[in-house]
Design a protein around this ligand. Structure first.
Ligand SMILES: *Cc1c(COP(=O)(O)O)cnc(C)c1O
Length: 424
């Protein structure tokens, strides 16, 4: 297919109907696919023929959306999952097993911190959380013999810390290990981490990609760039006896990683996205480029309004010149970062909660990154399970309100904040 610009890809990539076929990606609401010969089915299982046989592994609706997202991120292939958490889990387990070690920035999504620090630990996988501002020399001290992965978020949820992607990629590659990036907040419209050296990109598609808060989902994108033919990753280089002796690096070329994730882990774990959710996700992506522009311009206007308000003590938004990550934001996301801002009211946790309760347009929701403006108090909700030390490491303060700015008229959102702040 001709190389189109990203806005065109949002609308059209991944699905090319033939003469007389449905213009819009159809929902293949079928677990099963019918074949004329047993031999053909055998070839499908051997991956000698491409095709669909069971929707746990692949489905035509999902396939179109996977191709679209892979193209948006500049990767070679992608796999949808039932949620963002499933994407994180499968993406990591495809590389790490019991006895292995991961280095992750501490400023990441609370759910990912729990997955890494609690559940993966039970699987025998050890994680070191590091400060993302460390230099490569300082990071190098955290590398162990068994370190297999470096993990970060482009823009951390909810601390909005921006990762120096090129630095982290250099650090990982110096140690011959892959760099994985959760790009949920930036979206491929604002940043494509593969262009800065990321080897694997994941998303919670439940956020901006879907954009309407209607379907949970996740995706793993393979850049095709990492050389898995390396003694650190034997599972890619010795025959997989659970899959007819397939050697992923030998048999799958630059899609070794995503093929293994699908035929081994999706087969065994079954965290599949439903065709209907893939259909909804695709409709969301068709307007991603338009929505991100408005999310970012609204967020910028509101961040500036709050920064100048005498009842607000601080505002965190990478688009503010006062922000520690302003320069990194400009470098990696010149067109804008995301629609999420964080701020603290003058006062304490109770004042923050009072302001939230008084808002009328902005709803109190746990979700972020959809078309409707919402607010959340991370310390008492999404990050409630974290200890005070983990909270501080993740960049969360007690009086912090996270506001996910929607695509409404910005004057209405400001009027809502203004009436709420007047009550404090
Ligand atoms: C929401 C989120 C996740 C988890 O995704 P779910 O779809 O809720 O499972 C992972 N990473 C980030 C950055 C998120 O915001």
């Amino acid at each position: 297919m001709k190389k189109h610009k990203i806005e065109t890809k949002c609308v059209q990539e991944g699905y090319n109907p033939k003469n007389g076929e449905a213009r819009v990606i159809p929902i293949y609401q079928s677990t099963t696919f019918k074949y004329d010969s047993a031999e053909h089915v055998g070839k499908l299982f051997d991956l000698q023929e491409s095709g669909f046989f069971y929707s746990r592994l692949s489905n035509p609706t999902l396939d179109s959306v996977e191709k679209k997202i892979a193209s948006l991120e500049g990767g070679v292939a992608a796999m949808l999952t039932s949620s963002g958490q499933a994407a994180s889990l499968i993406a990591v387990l495809n590389i790490c097993k019991a006895g292995d070690h991961i280095i992750s920035t501490a400023a990441i999504y609370g759910g990912t911190i729990n997955l890494f620090a609690v559940t993966l630990k039970k699987f025998g996988i050890d994680v070191t959380f590091i400060n993302p501002d460390l230099s490569i020399e300082e990071l190098q001290k955290e590398i162990k013999e068994n370190t297999k992965l470096v993990f970060a978020e482009t823009i951390a949820n909810p601390s909005l810390i921006i990762t120096d992607l090129s630095k982290m990629a250099d650090f990982a590659h110096k140690n011959k290990i892959p760099f994985m990036v959760d790009n949920t907040f930036a979206t491929p419209i604002n940043c494509r981490p593969i262009e800065y050296g990321a080897d694997i990109v994941i998303h919670s598609t439940s956020k901006y990609l879907d954009g309407h808060a209607v379907a949970l989902g996740g995706v793993i994108v393979d850049s095709g760039n990492f050389n898995w033919d390396n003694e650190k990753f034997p599972e890619f280089n010795v025959p997989d006896e659970s899959y007819h002796g397939m050697v992923y690096t030998r048999d799958c070329g630059n899609v070794a990683y995503i093929t293994k994730a699908r035929v081994q882990l999706m087969r065994d774990l079954g965290s599949t996205m439903s065709p209907h959710n893939a259909f909804l996700l695709n409709i969301g992506i068709e307007t991603l480029h338009l929505r991100m522009e408005r999310h970012c311009s609204n967020a910028q206007t509101i961040a500036e309004y709050l920064e100048n308000h005498d009842k607000i003590s601080w505002v965190d938004y990478p688009g503010l010149k006062s922000n520690k990550y302003y320069e990194l934001g400009k470098k990696y996301m010149p067109n804008g970062s995301c629609g999420v801002i964080s701020f603290g009211v003058k006062g304490n946790k109770e004042d923050a909660m009072k302001l939230m309760d008084s808002l009328q347009l902005a709803a109190i929701v746990v979700h972020v990154a959809d078309v409707r403006t919402g607010v959340l108090h991370p310390a008492s909700s999404t990050h409630r399970q974290l200890t005070d030390i983990q909270l501080a490491e993740a960049g969360i303060k007690p009086e912090q309100i996270r506001m996910s700015i929607g695509i409404e008229n910005v004057d209405d959102i400001i009027a809502d904040l203004e009436q709420g702040l007047r009550l404090l």
